[in-house]
Design a protein around this ligand. Structure first.
Ligand SMILES: [Zn+2]
Length: 336
C-alpha cells in the first residue's frame, strides 16, 4: 500500500462486522487543479474515492462522518434497502467505478436516513464529480441537479450547515450556472458579492463566475464551457465581422494576413472591457473581442525596437501609452 493510503479498523453499526476502512493522508496529496464547484484534483491521490465507508458484511454505506451514528428508526428504514443492495467488498484500494458504486450505495442508504440536506447535497455533488472524472456528462448533470435541490432546501431550512453560508450561496449559484440556468446563477452570485463579511476568496470566485454567467446569458442558450469563455477565440472560430460597405470604390485591396488561433488567459474584466468596446455599450454586436484585441495590437505593433526594452508588464504599458499619445497627438486619455 502506498504511503498516502492506510487502513483503520471499523465496526459496522448494522451487522457488527469488523473490517478495514481505507484512509487517505491528505497532507501527502498535492493539489493539481480546483474546479469552480470546489472539486479539488490531486496529482498523486483521489481522496474523494474513499469518502464513503462500505461494510463488506451487509453492504451498508455512508460518508465517514455519519457512518456510525445510526438511530433505531434509521436502522429499520435501512433493512429493505440493504436487502436489495446485498453485501459487496469495497475495502482495499478502489478503482473509479468502485468509488462510484460506493457513492451510489451511500445515496440509497442516506435517502432513507435523517441526514441534513446540506450533507445530502455534498453526497450528490461528490458523486457528480466522479461522473465528471468518468466523462459521463449526463449523469453528472443529473447529480448536480439533485445537489442543487438539496442545497436550496438547506439554505431555506437549515441553521447548522456543513459549510459557511457564503460557500453555500456561491455553490447554489455555481450549480445553477453549470446547469445553464444563468439568470438564477447571476442572482445567487450577486448575493455573495453583496455580503460584507464573506471570505475574500469566495467573493472573488463569485465575481468571476458572475461574469461568466452574464456572458453566457447574453450569448443565449448555446453550450459554453468555462475554458471557452476564458480563452479569447481567434477569428477562425467565429464569424468574420462584415465590413461596412465602402462609399467609394476601394482602389487598393488590404493585405491579407494569415490568422492563427491563440488561446490566451485574460482577466475577466479585460475580456469584459474588450467586449464593451466591441458593442460600444449600445448592444450592437459590431466587433468581437478578438477584433478589438487585434486592433489594439496593430496600433502598437510599429513601436520602435528600443521602446520594447522593458522588464515587465507595467513598463510595456508605459511604452504603449507613450506611443499612443505620440500617434494620436495626446488628445485622448490613455489611462485605465
Ligand atoms: Zn454491516
Amino acid at each position: 500500500m502506498s504511503r498516502v493510503l492506510y487502513e483503520k479498523e471499523q465496526v459496522c453499526p448494522i451487522c457488527q462486522t469488523t473490517f478495514p476502512k481505507m484512509m487517505v493522508r491528505n497532507s501527502l496529496c498535492s493539489v493539481e487543479k480546483r474546479d469552480t464547484d470546489f472539486r479539488v484534483q490531486y496529482r498523486n491521490c483521489n481522496p474523494n474515492w474513499y469518502v464513503i465507508v462500505v461494510c463488506p458484511g451487509c453492504g451498508y454505506a455512508a460518508p465517514k462522518s455519519s457512518f456510525s451514528a445510526v438511530g433505531e428508526k434509521e436502522r429499520e428504514a435501512l433493512k429493505p434497502v440493504l436487502a436489495e443492495l446485498g453485501p459487496v467488498d469495497l475495502t482495499g484500494k478502489r478503482t473509479l467505478p468502485q468509488a462510484v458504486e460506493s457513492f451510489e450505495r451511500a445515496i440509497k442508504c442516506s435517502e432513507v436516513r435523517q441526514l441534513s440536506r446540506s450533507v445530502m447535497g455534498g453526497l450528490y455533488l461528490k458523486t457528480a464529480w466522479l461522473y465528471r472524472e468518468m466523462g459521463e456528462a449526463s449523469k453528472e448533470q443529473q447529480l448536480l441537479a439533485k445537489a442543487l435541490e438539496a442545497y436550496l432546501k438547506a439554505y431555506e431550512h437549515e441553521r447548522d450547515l456543513s459549510m459557511s453560508i457564503e460557500d453555500l450561496i456561491y455553490l447554489i449559484g455555481e450549480l445553477n450556472r453549470r446547469l445553464k440556468r444563468y439568470e438564477e446563477a447571476i442572482i445567487w452570485f450577486s448575493k455573495v458579492i453583496e455580503m460584507k463579511d464573506a471570505k475574500p476568496s469566495t467573493t472573488r470566485l463569485a465575481r468571476e463566475m458572475w461574469q461568466l454567467a452574464r456572458e453566457a446569458y447574453r450569448r443565449g442558450p448555446a453550450e459554453h464551457s468555462i475554458e471557452e469563455v476564458y480563452s479569447l477565440q481567434g477569428a477562425d472560430s467565429e464569424p468574420e465581422p462584415q465590413p461596412a460597405p465602402a462609399a467609394e470604390p476601394v482602389a487598393v485591396k488590404p493585405k491579407r494576413r494569415a490568422k492563427v488561433q491563440v488561446s490566451t488567459q485574460l482577466y475577466v474584466d479585460q475580456l469584459d472591457w474588450l467586449e464593451k468596446i466591441g458593442r460600444w455599450w449600445a448592444g450592437e454586436p459590431n466587433l468581437d473581442a478578438g477584433s478589438c484585441l487585434r486592433a489594439l495590437l496593430d496600433l502598437v505593433s510599429d513601436l520602435a525596437p528600443q521602446s520594447l526594452q522593458v522588464n515587465d508588464e507595467e513598463e510595456l504599458q508605459q511604452a504603449f501609452a507613450e506611443h499612443i499619445i505620440a500617434k494620436t497627438g495626446g488628445g485622448g486619455g490613455v489611462g485605465s
